[in-house]
Design a protein around this ligand. Structure first.
Ligand code: GTP
Ligand code: MG
Length: 470
């Protein structure tokens, strides 16, 4: 092929009728491109050198279905290793807590409206009206018989309806917060705004607010702060757009709403247990609705914001000299929320959440590419499991293979541990140890001990693998 027909030379050759100015500009651009390319090479070389010296971090990949506790576990790691960074994000988490509160209130308001509609409808038509199931809540069989629909339906008074009207401004707060968390142009925004276009009221039934794990959403909330560090003094309390203002104004009403026995009956009737759902803060409204509320570490751990993308944690091994012996991906921390035995997937109401977790575990365990990766299993949300069993929800009712064994925490938890262990034993391509912990990752104290142990285990296992220790 003649030289001038070579596609590469053609692209690289200067344009045939180039002016002197064009030529200067081209040379300048080429020099700049070379400078950037050299800088990248330099950085890669530095990285390579650092890695050779043993500065390569250990990587832990966090896996598990949605709401299993991956982000919460990351927050625990952060709280242990970079407390300062964790605390500077308080202003951003404040917004998430407020969003969670408003969401819970919205669920209650919708439940009230549904029950009201049931009373207003004619008896023959009413059973159809309350077939609502929240993702995450128990699939409800129709609680009333078709012949007497309104008999056992809680009766609301005019005061309840007034209370509901007074709380409606909170829905605006929700919109403001969602808009802030998901700027236009991001996929997440499209997903959330769809409901506004179609005019269907947003609710738990629809999409959750999502942030990408790579996206620095916390930066969006600098507005609420005067200085870089988001500590208590740095929140701009005079910002007229601060959602805390309406939350404070509605504080008393929210507290009354949640404490109201009839409202509690309405929720019970609809089989909604808000206290078991993520982002539950209604039990501490008096604190959260104060004008200058700042979330505690605990609040931040309990705040719920869905993440899109990979959750990964990196840490530096203390004995840096060992580090070069570690593989690229060192461990997988798998979270199975064992409290979800009575829930279905948000994306597919036909699938039980616990079953989904078990299947996911099986696919990870049996993956030949991961046969030499350390797997650590967290059977998480043990506190919610205990609460559900105590509230009389029957494990065996949903997990049929459990039969009629005792409906207590000891039996159910050890049954589940055995199940996960059995899968691990039968489906691992090579034998490997089964590391399993019962966790409540919202409990930072207990979790910090477990995470220290996990890090130890991973490092030890890797060293054993590299035959560096016996
Ligand atoms: N009570 C209780 N709540 C928990 C526990 N673990 C996580 N949560 C809460 O459950 C919610 C979901 O946890 P996340 O860490 O956001 O779950 P995730 O796995 O990151 O979920 P995605 O981002 O959707 O994939 C949050 O509100 C947490 O505070 C637990 O052990 N007990
Ligand atoms: Mg997450």
């Amino acid at each position: 092929m003649p030289r001038d027909e070579d596609p590469l030379s053609r692209v690289l050759a200067p344009p045939p009728n180039e002016t002197t100015d064009d030529r200067d500009a081209r040379l300048l651009a080429e020099a700049e491109a070379k400078r950037i390319s050299d800088a990248i090479d330099e950085e890669l070389q530095q990285q390579h050198k650092a890695e050779k010296k043993g500065a390569r971090p250990i990587k832990i990949l966090l896996l598990g279905q949605s709401e299993s506790g991956k982000s919460t576990t990351l927050k625990n790691f952060q709280l242990i290793h970079s407390q300062k960074a964790f605390r500077t994000e308080r202003a951003s988490w404040r917004a998430v807590v407020l969003l969670n509160v408003v969401r819970s209130i919205r669920v209650i308001l919708e439940a009230i409206a549904d029950v009201q509609a049931l009373h207003n409808a004619s008896p023959s038509a009413s059973p159809m009206l309350q077939s609502r199931t929240l993702p995450g809540s128990r699939p409800s069989s129709s609680p009333s018989s078709p012949t007497s629909p309104a008999d056992d339906v809680p009766r609301l008074t005019a005061d309840h309806l007034k209370l509901r009207m007074r709380l409606l401004p909170l829905l605006q707060v929700e919109e403001v917060l969602i808009r802030k968390l998901t700027p236009p142009g991001s996929i997440e925004y499209e997903a959330t705004s769809l409901t506004q276009i179609t005019n269907i009221p947003t609710s738990l039934k629809e999409k959750e607010v999502v942030v990408n794990s790579q996206f620095a959403w916390k930066g969006l909330f600098n507005r609420f702060t005067n200085r870089e560090n988001g500590d208590a003094e740095s929140i701009n309390w005079d910002d007229p757009d601060d959602p805390g203002k309406i939350i404070h104004a509605c504080g008393e009403d929210m507290i009354h709403l949640w404490a109201d026995p009839t409202v509690q009956k309405v929720l019970e009737y609809q089989k909604i247990r808000l206290q078991d759902l993520p982002g539950f803060f209604l039990d501490c409204l008096d604190r959260i609705t104060t004008p200058k509320y700042i979330p505690t570490d605990d609040d931040i751990l309990r705040a719920r914001l869905k993440t899109l993308g990979v959750s990964e944690y990196r840490f530096q091994v203390k004995e840096a000299a060992w580090a070069p012996f570690f593989d690229d991906m060192n461990a997988i921390l798998f979270l199975a929320p064992i409290s979800c035995f009575d829930q279905v997937l948000a994306e597919d109401p036909m699938v039980n959440r616990l079953e989904d977790s078990v299947l996911l575990w099986k696919s990870i365990v049996s993956n030949p590419l991961l046969s030499r990766t350390s797997l650590v299993l967290f059977l998480n949300k043990t506190d919610i499991l205990k609460a559900k069993l105590a509230a009389g929800i029957h494990f065996g009712h949903y997990i049929v293979s459990y039969g009629n064994r005792p409906n207590d925490y000891e039996s159910t938890s050890s049954y589940l541990k055995k199940k996960f262990n059995q899968i691990h034993k039968e489906h691992s391509p090579e034998t490997r140890p089964f590391y399993c912990h019962f966790t409540t990752v919202t409990d930072t104290k207990a979790t910090s001990l477990i995470l220290a142990d996990v890090q130890d285990t991973i490092v030890r296992r890797q060293l054993q693998d590299s035959k560096l220790v016996a």
